[in-house]
Design a protein around this ligand. Structure first.
Ligand SMILES: Cc1cc2nc3c(=O)[nH]c(=O)nc-3n(C[C@H](O)[C@H](O)[C@H](O)COP(=O)(O)OP(=O)(O)OC[C@H]3O[C@@H](n4cnc5c(N)ncnc54)[C@H](O)[C@@H]3O)c2cc1C
Length: 353
């Protein structure tokens, strides 16, 4: 999969590197070393190079789901493994293998152009393919796990590559084996099972209305991708304009009893019944009700239109954003008894808190 014109020359290792261009919060942080992974054959050498640093290596895609709280004393490795190929197909499905450094949104367009469907609701999610399994990315009623056939991982301790099937990945809402395992696995490729017939999925709030607004219908997957992109551009702040990592907190899932009790306190509380009988609540609603929407402390703030999105107005540090997140979570807990969990990976000098 590496015979690709986008594979850059063998990368140099940069000491004391600036990580600001490599995180969508645009916080200032430095890495003791920075390099790129461009070929599978390079993996063992990278592990050897990383061993001379006091902190374990950190594999990064586009940095759109991390909060860098401190400088990083280890080797940061940018994932630049490229390649996409069809590995099998039958009447119903096409199985494709995608290298982990591919851009996610470009993959969406590529798959639609090939006549392979299922990714369209996940259009415009920032980042690279290798990070998609980590938090089982999801949007507009579709999650990565529903399309995942297998994930190829490199274990830097054992020095071997293996494929894990979807069940082994233990996907859950914004969670997976990989998110819980920290830096134990480096994802090098994924295999997806895509449909050869377009089946529109427009049930999620807003998609059908957006198609109508754009004068489109759901008969083409490309139209759905266009509607999703249009919705996302309108709703979510662009990290190129203002630093952010998308939703900063996961929606909390609570027992029906707890949801009922909270419903007495907050009459308009949105709740979404889950298959296991529990209720998913809207973290954005709780944060908004607690009065944090639009809050700003120096350059660390909460977006004025989107209570779930923490923003860097310019010079906020990762530590300031993290402190703000902790204040919000503590306040929501005090008021409503609900514990909010942070969605992005928080990277501190001592690893993840
Ligand atoms: C504006 C905005 C909107 C967003 N909307 C959504 C959304 O709708 N749904 C959603 O689910 N997410 C969303 N996100 C979050 C983010 O886009 C996804 O989590 C994405 O998959 C992150 O990709 P990345 O390459 O930037 O990962 P990074 O931020 O580089 O990495 C994330 C974490 O995964 C680890 N990691 C990255 N690549 C690998 C690898 N190959 N192997 C092992 N570990 C790895 C990193 O060490 C880090 O801990 C949004 C973010 C932004 C900024």
């Amino acid at each position: 999969m590496n015979a690709d014109h986008r594979v850059p020359a063998w990368p140099a290792l940069i000491a004391d590197a600036d990580l600001r261009p490599h995180n969508s919060f645009a916080v200032r942080a430095r890495a003791a070393g920075l390099t790129a992974l461009t070929r599978i054959e390079q993996l063992d050498d990278l592990v050897e190079a990383a061993a001379s640093y006091p902190q374990a290596p950190l594999l990064l895609g586009d940095g759109s789901n991390v909060l860098l709280v401190d400088d990083y004393a280890g080797l940061v490795v940018l994932n630049q493994l490229y390649g996409r190929r069809l590995i099998n197909q039958d009447d119903e499905h096409a199985w494709v293998e995608i290298a982990a450094g591919e851009n996610w949104d470009q993959l969406v367009d590529w798959s639609i152009a090939q006549g392979w469907f299922g990714l369209e609701n996940l259009a415009l999610i920032p980042g690279r393919v290798g990070a998609a399994p980590i938090q089982n990315i999801g949007a507009y009623g579709v999650e990565f796990e529903s399309l995942c056939a297998a994930v190829q991982v490199y274990d830097p301790k054992a020095g071997n590559l293996q494929w894990l099937d979807a069940a082994q990945c233990q996907f859950a809402y914004r969670d997976s084996l990989f998110k819980r395992a920290g830096s134990r696995y480096w994802i090098t490729a994924v295999r997806l099972r895509l449909r050869r017939r377009h089946q529109p999925n427009c049930a999620y709030a807003g998609v059908a209305e957006e198609l109508q607004r754009l004068g489109l219908d759901d008969s083409q997957a490309s139209s759905i991708a266009q509607a999703v992109r249009s919705l996302r551009r309108r709703k979510l702040p662009d990290p190129a304009q203002i630093g952010n990592a998308g939703s900063f907190f996961k929606n909390p899932v609570v027992s029906p009893e707890d949801a009922n009790a909270l419903g007495q306190q907050l009459a308009g509380l949105p709740r979404f019944e889950q298959d296991d009988g529990r209720c998913k609540l809207s973290a954005a609603y709780l944060i908004d009700q607690a009065g944090w929407k639009g809050y700003r402390d120096g350059d660390a703030g909460v977006h004025a239109n989107h209570a779930l999105v923490l923003v860097n107005h310019g010079q906020a540090s990762g530590a300031q954003l993290y402190a703000l997140a902790q204040r919000i979570a503590a306040d929501v807990h005090d008021r409503y008894g609900v514990r909010l969990q942070i969605e992005p990976r928080v990277i501190c000098a001592a690893g993840e808190p």
